[in-house]
Design a protein around this ligand. Structure first.
Ligand code: MN
Length: 204
């Protein structure tokens, strides 16, 4: 049997990010939505295990499910520690230098990232990623959990803009959620991810 994915614990309590993100959203988002992606990924692994033993399965459909659910699991696992009750403000450390170098200023980066988050079509994510091919940062969008992904890039800062991330509190007004979310961004976590990504080097 293949190794399994596991739901990581939240690094703070459900109400820790209030008033910016409500406890009810956090509880449902972590214990129901994220868990469903972990379960979905493991179910796809189960089916692939059966295929290894010669059973006929719909390989294409299972691999599509695996991509969707693993994408959801990985992005949520980064999203939780990307936030903190002591977050917000501007970054320091190496991430600040990289942002300034790539975008010109923190404000220019924040403007681009906010626009990326607000304009994801349907459901998805905005992502600040490390591009190891150019040793710099890039902002991009992910539709659903797995489409428009940039191969080989490492996500450093992600925001979930599926409606389940904000509808209970912000209704249909996604920009208000994105604006509030900046108050909980954990820049220390983002900086640590950048250090790890730089040290990991390029896959090509
Ligand atoms: Mn989500």
């Amino acid at each position: 049997m293949s190794k399994r994915y596991e739901l990581p614990p939240l690094p703070y309590k459900y109400d820790a990010l209030e008033p910016h993100i409500s406890a009810k959203i956090m509880e449902l988002h972590h214990s129901k939505h994220h868990k469903a992606y972990v379960d979905g990924a493991n179910k796809a692994l189960d089916l692939l295990d059966r295929a290894k033993k010669g059973e006929e399965i719909d390989v294409k459909a299972v691999m599509r499910d695996l991509s969707f659910h693993v994408g959801g699991h990985v992005l949520h696992s980064i999203f939780w520690p990307n936030m903190s009750p002591n977050g917000g403000g501007k970054p320091g450390g190496r991430i600040a230098d990289y942002i300034d170098r790539e975008f010109g200023s923190f404000e220019a980066f924040q403007n681009i990232f906010t626009k990326a988050a607000n304009t994801v079509e349907g459901v998805g994510w905005a992502v600040l990623a490390y591009d190891p091919l150019r040793d710099t940062l890039v902002v991009h969008q992910v539709e659903k959990h797995n489409l428009l992904h940039l191969q080989g890039h490492t996500p450093l800062l992600v925001i979930d803009v599926w409606e389940h991330a904000y509808y209970l509190q912000y209704l249909n007004v996604r920009p208000n959620y994105v604006k509030a979310w900046w108050n909980v961004v954990n820049w220390d976590d983002v900086d640590k991810r950048l250090e790890r990504a730089i040290n990991a080097g390029s896959p090509v």
